[in-house]
Design a protein around this ligand. Structure first.
Ligand code: MF3
Ligand code: CO
Ligand code: CO
Length: 260
């Protein structure tokens, strides 16, 4: 069941989206060699609470963090831990905030110090593919058009698409219908309508597309242990096209010329 949102509800999703974007802006200030992913989690949790929000990942299905920590080969749903970031790592931080009953969901993959140029290119392409997907998100088009835009862009550059995990509708719930895959055929899937709120989130691999879930039941990593990148925005379909409700501008502000 796809819930179309009223303008008032979209405003709530917009406000949650701004708070979660500001949260990753705070996290960005801390990403550096020597910092643990638990520290990043604490920064996020405290910032969200200090600003009247709820870290929606914390306790969701038993998840132990306020962010998902996605280091190198971790695709999604990594637990924050005492792992210490090193020069050359990449780390995706995926965060959901609930504010006044509505959710905003965003993810950004950071580079830690100097990163291998192949890995840097993976991150850049994944981020670009997110905007390709968003451009394809228009009233009257279909979810498969978003999926195909992401897939075509990434595969043309030699990367592979994780198929087991998808974007999703968002609103009062973190995960609502429809699923938004990152691969598929144009003209297929649910019709895109004004009032839809969607989380679009390409998860793209340098090696093979295959993933495995670790024994903790959550941590999803690449089977070949090659790196994976992940970027995510929450969007609303307004006046026929996607308005991006989350933003990386706080991250850009924090990173300055380290922003890629
Ligand atoms: N933020 C993730 C998504 O993009 C979901 C987080 S799962 C949780 O859909 F368990 F951490 F909440
Ligand atoms: Co997310
Ligand atoms: Co999401």
């Amino acid at each position: 069941m796809i819930y179309l949102k009223t303008p008032e509800e979209i405003q709530r999703v917009r406000e949650a989206s701004i708070l979660v974007s500001r949260t990753l802006g705070e996290v960005a200030k801390w990403v550096a060699p020597g910092v643990t992913t638990l520290k990043l989690d604490t920064i996020a949790r405290e910032f969200i609470r200090d600003n009247g929000g709820r870290p929606a990942c914390l306790g969701y299905g038993g998840f132990p963090g306020s962010i998902c920590a996605e280091v190198n080969e971790i695709v999604v749903h990594g637990f924050p831990s005492n792992y210490t970031l090193r020069e050359g790592d990449i780390i995706g931080t995926d965060c959901v905030v609930e504010l006044n009953g509505y959710m905003g969901d965003t993810c950004y993959t950071f580079t830690v110090g100097e990163v291998d140029e192949k890995v840097l290119a993976l991150c850049k392409t994944t981020k670009e593919s997110l905007y390709k997907g968003i451009e394809a998100c228009k009233e009257g088009k279909r979810i498969g058009d978003i999926a195909n835009a992401v897939q075509t862009y990434c595969e043309a550059r030699g990367y592979t698409i994780v198929r087991e995990m998808c974007g999703h509708g968002i609103g009062k719930g973190m995960h609502e219908d429809p699923e938004v895959p990152n691969y598929g055929r144009r003209g297929t899937g649910a019709l895109i309508k004004n009032g839809m709120c969607l989380a679009i989130e390409p998860m793209i691999n340098l090696g093979s597309r295959n993933v495995v879930i670790e024994a903790d039941g959550w941590t999803c990593r690449t089977k070949d242990r090659k790196p994976s990148a992940h970027y995510e925005h929450t969007v609303a379909v307004v006046d026929g096209k996607a308005e991006i409700l989350t933003t990386f501008e706080y991250i850009q502000e924090a990173l300055g010329d380290r922003f890629i």
